[in-house]
Design a protein around this ligand. Sequence first.
Ligand code: 5GP
Ligand code: ZN
Length: 120
Amino acid sequence: MSTPDCLFCRIVAGEIPATVVRETPTTLAFRDIGPKAPVHVLVIPKEHYADVATLAQDDPGLAGEVLAAAAAVAEDEGLLGDGFRLMFNTGAYGGQEVFHVHAHLLGGAPLGPMLARNLA
Ligand code: 5GP
Ligand code: ZN
């Protein structure tokens, strides 16, 4: 179901432009507007789910399609050899800002430690 005030639903609907790098019947991958690495692509299901937990619980098959799309983009972008990071920010502690589930695909350079600070 499309959510009209959701930024990424509006990108899926073509109402907001995006640099699309891969599209399947159920997923869309497009470049992040504020890239944090030489390659920074967002991979989303076209259908609206707020976060990865909701998506995985309600439609695990679609969650798998998002992962498969991310892997295909990683291959297209030449990231399989040197590696990459795939990340779902979730909720307040995860720093999620857009509440339409999206995988961040990051690569093209060494990405450093997983977290800026060690919280343990
Ligand atoms: P979050 O913090 O929710 O995990 O990530 C949201 C991401 O969406 C951020 O990396 C941000 O740069 C990206 N973003 C926000 N608005 C837009 C937009 O209009 N177009 C694109 N392509 N990316 C966006
Ligand atoms: Zn949405």
